[in-house]
Each structure stands twice: as structure tokens, then as C-alpha cells.
Design a binder for this molecule. Structure first.
Ligand SMILES: CCNc1nc2cc3[nH]c(NC)nc3cc2c(=O)[nH]1
Length: 375
């Protein structure tokens, strides 16, 4: 399912290839987020022409609306959305935390009030697996608990123990209800927890690897912790994960953070940032992010960035600023398209640099230019 094609001599960066039910994915890879099935404001064909190889769907949202049975009856999420390349679905737990009201964690699962109609809901490891099987994603994430940041060590230890018990229940469900081998099988990724505690990160990784999954995410990061805590969480987990399985850092990050994580051996990323900040006027450029609504762009005839794709390059910053301030929907689409292109081009550049053996030089020169403030 996953093979490492090249490793960097000066860092833990590696070039990989994942063979999934709906196609092959080269790593390191960035996964655009398609929360309700769609990558916001963009047509699936646009997402494809941008070079996206795999997108992320949110189980919580799709379960609540339109319902996983409806999606199943339409042939699964690929047919329903017409996205025919790989899809990774999350398991719903984290979204319950960030969206639902009155959540309560029990051994059984998470009880909460549906944020759409207030009805009482219960999401369990087994139901999360059933929903993701109905959606038919190529990769299903296990049902875990993401501890809040900060949390004390006792809470973190109890939380990771629950996540491990839930991981066993997820595995038991898949072994009972899904085929174990064959090209079309759904893959399952465990999620390493342990908060900011190095020994708990090791324990969580070891327990999940003992159970055995197709890949491993590092969870509990990008939840408000300082950047160095995020890097340390990865550094404390990766050594205990199999070299020949994909590693996925959930929910991050900025362009420099993604390159730093690739250097630490991470293969997969998802983040709502490129599309979310686009809808608020922020565009990524090689010299750092810009806010298109700022007056400084009023008469700037340059494109957003020298690397802007042909779909966006003809538009001046002045025109894009005008569209944004006029509330034109085209502005949201062009900035979303541009920002996703920026992220996908960044990880494509990382892949090329790893293959060429100069990833650290690539990383350092990108970060130097991106973070330097204009004199
Ligand atoms: C797959 C569901 N589980 C699960 N999702 C997550 C999603 C995240 N998204 C962010 N920052 C935006 N941190 C995350 C942590 C987790 C995590 O620890 N677990």
C-alpha cells in the first residue's frame, strides 16, 4: 500500500507512493479539505487541474447531513461528488469537539447535541467505522479523543488509553465487516495521542503499532500549542512508527510548518487554512501572506504571486482587491484556487527536492524568503 522511494540524507524527509483503491498518491502530499464533499468554491475538475491527488471529507458533517445512508445509496462519496481520485475521511470525533454543544465522553463514545437541530446524538468507534465504510473513502481515520491543549499528564494518559481501547474496537469492527485484502479495500489509520508528554507519545505509538494499522496520524497537534510543542510531538512519535507506513500530521499548517514537518518524516497533511483564509482575503506568496483588501494593493498591477497559475495570473492585485471589496464571489474562487495551488506546488517542490537530494536547501531557501520582512 505504501513504499518509500527515496530518503533524504540530511533529514527524515522521504519520497513515498501510496497505492489506494481510487489511485496512486505521491507523498509528501497536501490534502485539500472538502468538508461537505466539496472543496469550498471550487469545481472538482478545478481541484484536479490544481494537482490535488487526494482530498479530505468530514464524517461528522456528512453523517448529520445528508446522512451516510443516502451517500451510500448514491454509490459512496466518490460518485456523489464526482471526485474519482482518493478520499480520506476523518472519524468525526474532533469535529464533535469543535462544533457540537454539550459533549460528553463515555467509554461507549461521545454524546452531543447535533449542531444543526439540537437532537441528542451518540458517535461510537463502531458507528464511525460504519459511516466511513458507507462513504467509501480510500482511507478511514480511527475514532479517537483529541485531548484539549493544555492538559495535565494524568488527563493525557487516561485519554490516550481510551483512544487505544477505541482503536481496538475500530479494528474489531473492520475485521468483522470489511474485507482484509484486495486492491479496493478501505485502509485505516491509527491516531497517536499523548499531548505534550514524550513518554505518552511513545506509549500511544507503540500501542497502535502493536494493534497494526495501514498508516499512523499524529493527533492532538495544531490545537493551540506553541509551534515548538507541535514539532516535539512529531519528533516524539515518529521514531516509534514503522518506516514503511505513511505518517499524517493532522490539521496543519503554514507553508514553513509543512516543510519543517516533512523534514521530520511526515508524509501527509490536511489544513483548512488555504481555502479558509482565501475567503477572508488572504493570499499566500513566496514573500509571505498578503491581505488583498489592504489599500497598499489599490494600484498594484502585479499578479498575486510570480508563481500564480494561468487561471489566476492575468488578474492584478488591484482588480482582485476591487472584487473582494465589492463582495464578488469570483474573488473567493480565485483566491481559493491560488492558495491551494500554492500549497500543492509547495509539496510538489518538496517531492522534487527530496528526489534530487537537496531538500534541506529547498526548505531553508523557501522559509528564508517567505519569512523575511521587506526592508
Ligand atoms: C480523525 C479525527 N481525529 C482527530 N482529528 C484531528 C483534527 C485536527 N485538526 C487540528 N488542527 C486544525 N488538530 C487536529 C487533531 C485531531 C486529532 O487529534 N484527532
Amino acid at each position: 500500500m505504501f513504499s518509500v522511494l527515496a530518503t533524504d540524507s540530511q533529514s527524515s524527509a522521504r519520497l513515498g507512493r501510496m497505492d489506494l483503491a481510487h489511485g496512486t498518491v505521491e507523498t509528501p502530499i497536501f490534502m485539500p479539505v472538502g468538508t461537505q464533499g466539496s472543496v469550498k468554491t471550487l469545481h472538482p475538475r478545478e481541484v484536479e487541474e490544481l494537482g490535488a491527488q487526494i482530498i479530505l471529507g468530514n464524517t461528522y458533517h456528512l453523517w448529520l447531513r445528508p446522512g451516510h445512508e443516502l451517500v451510500r445509496d448514491f454509490g459512496g462519496l466518490h460518485k456523489f461528488t464526482t471526485w474519482d481520485k482518493p478520499i480520506l475521511t476523518d472519524s468525526g470525533g474532533f469535529q464533535v469537539w469543535s462544533l457540537a454543544k454539550l459533549r460528553k465522553i463515555t467509554e461507549e463514545g461521545v454524546r452531543f447535541n447535533n449542531h444543526l437541530d439540537g437532537s441528542k446524538m451518540l458517535l461510537t468507534p463502531e458507528l464511525s467505522m460504519e459511516i466511513q465504510a458507507s462513504l467509501g473513502s480510500d482511507i478511514a481515520m480511527l475514532f479517537d479523543e483529541c485531548p484539549p491543549y493544555p492538559c495535565d499528564k494524568d488527563y493525557a494518559a487516561k485519554s490516550l488509553a481510551l483512544t487505544t481501547r477505541w482503536a481496538r474496537r475500530c479494528k474489531a469492527w473492520t475485521e468483522k465487516h470489511q474485507p482484509r485484502s484486495g486492491d479496493g479495500v478501505q485502509r485505516h489509520f491509527g491516531i497517536v495521542q499523548g499531548s505534550i508528554y514524550a513518554d505518552l507519545r511513545e506509549q500511544s505509538a507503540r500501542e497502535l503499532v502493536d494493534i497494526g494499522f495501514d498508516g499512523y496520524a499524529v493527533g492532538g497537534v495544531s490545537v493551540g500549542e506553541p509551534e515548538e510543542e507541535m514539532f516535539r510531538a512529531i519528533e516524539n512519535a515518529v521514531p516509534f512508527l514503522p518506516h514503511d507506513k505513511p505518517r499524517y500530521a493532522m490539521g496543519l499548517g503554514t507553508p514553513p510548518q509543512i516543510l519543517e514537518m516533512i523534514a521530520r518524516g511526515v508524509d501527509m497533511f490536511d489544513c483548512v487554512m488555504p481555502t479558509r483564509v482565501a475567503r477572508h482575503g488572504m493570499a499566500f506568496t513566496l514573500d509571505g501572506p498578503i491581505q488583498i483588501k489592504n489599500k497598499v494593493h489599490e494600484r498594484d498591477e502585479r499578479p498575486l504571486c510570480e508563481t500564480s497559475p494561468p487561471h489566476v495570473a492575468p488578474f492584478s492585485r488591484a482588480y482582485l482587491r476591487h472584487l473582494f471589496r465589492a463582495g464578488e464571489i469570483l474573488a473567493l474562487r480565485l483566491l481559493s484556487y491560488h492558495n491551494l495551488h500554492f500549497y500543492l506546488r509547495l509539496v510538489a517542490g518538496a517531492r522534487q527536492a527530496i528526489a534530487a537530494g537537496n531538500f534541506l536547501a529547498f526548505k531553508d531557501s523557501f522559509i528564508r524568503r517567505y519569512t523575511q520582512t521587506d526592508p
